[in-house]
Design a protein around this ligand. Structure first.
Ligand SMILES: NC(=O)c1ccc[n+]([C@@H]2O[C@H](COP(=O)([O-])OP(=O)(O)OC[C@H]3O[C@@H](n4cnc5c(N)ncnc54)[C@H](O)[C@@H]3O)[C@@H](O)[C@H]2O)c1
Length: 389
């Protein structure tokens, strides 16, 4: 055989130094678990406020992470307390009604609070937690309006505790690799960014009525992702939006939205958002630049491809955000713990959260008026590693 001359020595002799690539963060995690070496000290004691869709995701990840210890659950719906206790085997976790939240704020052995209640309640719980000296993991958006968000960050600065806004898409392994490559200049100057975020399943009307509207509830994720990748905020937005679903039209919200963002550097971004996609959670990203393109396709529960007569079929994409973004939520939790335990720099800062909210406001205005909305920025609004042109 002609290749016999290339036959290597035994891998026992030659492969000693081989290590996993840094992008294989799951293997890294595994090595930490298998060596059982605690490198971060005592677990962080935490409380979760609100155990609905978002809170349950964080509860599952907290239970699975040896760096964190759940002490309290603050949940208004007392009828679910018993089921939750049994399902998660929550021995030693204290359930608290929202009216008694002072018990949580005053616990000196508690380091952090996860705020996963409906958006209109965030400010009260964030301010209470910070006042009690806790670090805060706040589900997006931090508050319903810019003034509330400002008050929360002012309090965080006053008490010297981190206030993290959970823009989880930054922690998706694919999206974060796109950001790194773009910032390394792999694409040269970026001309175009496109995101598709079509939700599945359709959220309940009860949720939609208090969601804060599609721009502050959904578009903020895309706006944050795009501006984080580019390190720039738009100078103009234009929105075409309507409601295809009568019940959503009746609450004066939209479910069918196209957003164009224009940047001074010449980049144009397009966001395609819908509240309901019948075929699954459609989540894509494409960045196109002078010297190439980065493309994140939909993800699916398995990679098996079936080929039969006249058809080739792949597994359907993930049904919804908890499964599509499962890895991102876990990495987001680890990042928050790194901020608390190792003093690492927080990925999402007060300026970023405020800027995203300002862009979402402009989108809302454009959707109402049907006209483009110009945006101007002061140096005080621009985060450290973003540019202002
Ligand atoms: N980052 C993400 O991917 C993501 C996904 C979904 C929701 N969210 C955000 O999470 C927040 C919650 O949304 P959700 O979809 O989980 O809502 P949800 O309605 O599913 O859950 C809210 C939970 O909070 C409880 N609750 C309501 N009022 C309360 C109060 N005053 N005190 C304590 N508990 C109270 C409810 O009983 C319920 O269990 C929203 O701000 C939303 O924007 C983020």
């Amino acid at each position: 055989m002609a290749t016999l001359k290339f036959k290597a020595k035994s891998p026992f002799e030659e492969n000693d130094g081989r290590r996993h690539d840094v992008t294989d963060y799951k293997y890294q995690n595994y090595t930490e678990n298998v060596s059982a070496q605690n490198k971060t000290g005592a677990p962080v004691n935490v409380a979760i406020f609100g155990l609905g869709r978002a809170g349950s995701i964080h509860l599952a990840n907290i239970k699975a992470n040896p760096r964190v210890n759940l002490k309290y659950i603050v949940e208004a719906n007392t009828s679910i307390w018993d089921n939750i206790t049994q399902h998660w085997n929550l021995k030693g976790v204290t359930f608290v009604e929202p009216k008694d939240a002072d018990i949580v704020y005053n616990d000196e052995n508690l380091q952090a609070c996860f705020i996963c209640t409906p958006t209109f309640t965030h400010e009260e719980f964030i301010l209470g937690s910070l006042q009690g000296g806790k670090a805060v993991f706040g589900e997006k958006p931090i508050s319903q309006d810019p003034d509330g968000t400002k008050r929360c960050y002012e309090k965080a600065a006053e008490v010297g505790k981190p206030l993290f806004c959970a823009f989880n898409r930054r922690f998706d392994p694919s999206f974060s690799s796109v950001q790194q490559k773009v910032r390394q200049g792999v694409l040269g100057h970026v001309q175009r960014v496109k995101t598709v975020s079509r939700d599945s399943p359709l959220p309940s009307m009860a949720y939609l009525k208090i969601s804060g509207g599609i721009f502050h509830d959904c578009a903020v994720h895309d706006i944050d992702l795009i501006t984080w990748i580019l390190g720039e905020y738009p100078s103009e937005v234009y929105v075409a939006a309507n409601a295809q679903i009568p019940e959503i039209a009746a609450i004066d919200d939209h479910d069918n939205v196209a957003i164009t963002l224009k940047f001074k550097s010449g980049t144009i971004a397009m966001i395609d958002i819908c509240r309901f996609a019948a075929y699954g959670y459609d989540q894509r990203l494409e960045v196109f630049g002078h010297s190439g393109m980065l493309d994140v396709k939909n993800d699916s529960p398995n990679k098996t491809e079936y080929s039969g007569v006249g058809e080739t079929v792949e597994a359907p994409m993930y049904y919804s955000f908890p499964s599509r973004h499962q890895d991102g939520y876990k990495r987001e939790l680890d990042h928050f713990l790194d901020v608390i335990q190792k003093g690492e720099k927080m990925s999402v800062t007060d300026r970023m959260t405020a800027a995203v909210s300002k862009v979402a406001d402009a989108c809302e205005e454009s959707a109402k008026s049907g006209a483009p909305v110009k945006l101007s920025w002061t140096p005080e609004e621009i985060p450290e590693d973003y540019v202002m042109l």
